[in-house]
Design a protein around this ligand. Structure first.
Ligand code: AMP
Length: 494
């Protein structure tokens, strides 16, 4: 993994959905649910349905709104189906990886949507290929489909899924259409989210509860780590099978920090509340006096409001202002191919309001620093419009290692905090002070412990067996800030 990316191919951070209704066609609810999950993937969108006789599929590159015409939805017949939006990773825009992956075997038709990343894809692919399975893509989803199909020939549905779960290693939240039966599966450590919702006339499985909200449904609960959920064909209910048990979970903390929508509930917690609490803790750990607190829109908003509220509650004379305006028509700067393009895109995307900033000391709050492009540009922009001091506060610990579990996080060499102390980063981005949140504060805000979270990107210790990386999660890197009090604040006046 010289470039720090996943050993088995492109990382995939996606949105998945599955629906089983009484009589109504599933295509429209799936389409609306995918719209609600658009933030989880903008490269491709797809739906696979089953009408009781045959499977129908429509998968296109692009955003949900562009991928489907009204007539496409008309052709997607049937009351059951699954859908997928796929996250773009620079350099891996590839229609063969678009999902749901659909295929017909002797054991029936399968439509498969996957969010996550397997760590033993190469091994499984080799074995399957040797026994005659032919592959059309280099993604891990097709490997899961072939593995499941093979097991379905020899065992009933539940046993076949269990066998598959015992063979595939890594992170996965899956929605699967096996003929007209819809299944949801979450990996034994629950790395990626998946939840169950009740609709007027059926049930839905989705990466995030916001997709249930848009269909006026009710969140029932999260799918448990290691659980298989089978939606009943008439939309009347679902069955649950706890197929694999583990002592620990490995929930991805970054879902709460950045990836998920703030209006989603993940593993029992409203993401918005978690972000506000992280913001409050940021004030407790590294609050700095300033005239105004500015969120970096959109991801920094909830953090900044929690931070400002905690500051004001302690009597700090600081105001909260939307002093950075975002142009919502600019795509994500993160996935621009070159550093130059990324810098230009930050400038296009974020514009400071001079009147809010001029002559003031400002604290800028963002959820995370990855390469440092956004922070560097912002500090410069704010100084250009007359900020007297610029303090950066970050609602997550320093990102020091790549994510192999499904978030496109840049390679180790690109990460500004990899092997770097906070003060050196502060100097790099030219802020007056810089502080990150401690890992312990994150665990506490998530009502969890370090042992039950995937903290790979902030510790370099992974819960899954990644070739060449440590899986010892008790090892704590010294430069990260271990104890709650040690937040590694760096700055001229701290
Ligand atoms: P950077 O400019 O490279 O330091 O990236 C940090 C900015 O990108 C922050 O404003 C984050 O909200 C956002 N961000 C963090 N992680 C990701 C990710 N995996 N994909 C896209 N954007 C991200």
């Amino acid at each position: 993994m010289p470039d720090g990316r996943h050993p088995d191919g492109p990382t995939e951070k996606c949105g998945v959905v599955g629906v089983s209704l009484d009589e109504r066609d599933a295509a429209r609810p799936l389409y609306y649910a995918l719209y609600a999950l658009q933030h989880r993937g903008q490269e491709s969108a797809g739906i696979v349905t089953h009408d009781g006789f045959q499977q129908h599929s429509h998968v296109e590159m692009g955003l949900v709104g562009d991928a489907f015409e009204a007539e496409d939805l008309e052709t997607l017949k049937g009351a059951t189906g699954v859908g997928h939006v796929r996250y773009p990773t620079a350099g891996s825009v590839n229609s063969s990886c678009a999902q749901p992956f659909s295929v017909s075997f002797k054991s029936g038709s399968l439509g498969l949507s996957h969010n996550g990343n397997l760590v033993n894809t190469a091994e499984l692919r080799e074995e399957l290929a040797a026994s005659g399975h032919a592959f059309t893509s280099d993604g891990d989803t097709e490997v899961i489909a072939h593995e499941l199909a093979r097991n379905l020939l020899e065992a009933d549905l539940i046993r076949a899924v269990k066998r598959t779960m015992n063979r595939i290693h890594g992170s996965y939240s899956l929605t699967i259409a096996h003929d007209d039966t819809v299944l949801g599966v979450r990996d034994p450590q629950g790395n990626r989210p998946l939840c169950i919702g009740e609709l007027d006339d059926g049930y839905i499985l989705a990466s995030e509860s916001a997709a249930i909200d848009v269909l006026d449904g009710e969140l029932v609960r999260d799918v448990r780590p290691g659980e298989l959920v089978v939606l009943e064909g008439d939309g009347a209910g679902f069955d649950s099978y706890q197929l694999v048990e583990r002592d620990n979970t490995a929930h991805c903390f970054f879902e709460h920090v950045y990836f998920a929508r703030p209006d989603s509930r993940i593993d029992g917690q409203l993401v918005y509340d978690v972000r506000r609490e992280l913001g409050r803790q940021l004030w407790v750990e590294s609050g700095v006096e300033s005239d105004v607190v500015l969120p970096v829109p959109d991801s920094g908003r909830a953090f900044a409001s929690g931070y400002a509220e905690a500051a004001q509650a302690e009597g700090a004379e600081v105001s909260f202002a939307e002093g950075l305006m975002k142009n919502r028509y600019v795509g994500r700067t993160f996935i621009m191919p070159t550093q130059d393009a990324r810098e230009r895109a930050v400038r296009l995307k974020l514009n400071p309001i001079r009147d809010v900033v001029e002559g003031k000391t400002v604290t800028v709050i963002d959820d995370s620093i990855v390469r440092g492009t956004t922070s560097t540009q912002l500090v410069e922009l704010l100084r250009d419009v007359g900020a007297e001091e610029v303090h950066m506060r970050i609602g997550a610990p320093p990102i020091v290692a790549p994510c192999y579990m499904g978030i496109d996080m840049a390679s180790r060499e690109e990460l500004i905090a990899a092997g770097c102390e906070t003060d050196a980063i502060r100097e790099d981005i030219d802020a007056d002070s810089l502080a990150y949140l401690s890992i312990d504060a994150v665990a506490e805000a998530l009502d969890s412990t370090r042992a039950d979270l995937c903290l790979g990107c902030v510790t370099g210790e992974y819960p899954y067996d990644i070739q060449g990386e440590s899986t010892d999660r008790d090892v704590i890197r010294p430069d990260i800030g271990d104890a709650a009090g040690d937040t590694g604040v760096a700055g001229s006046d701290d």
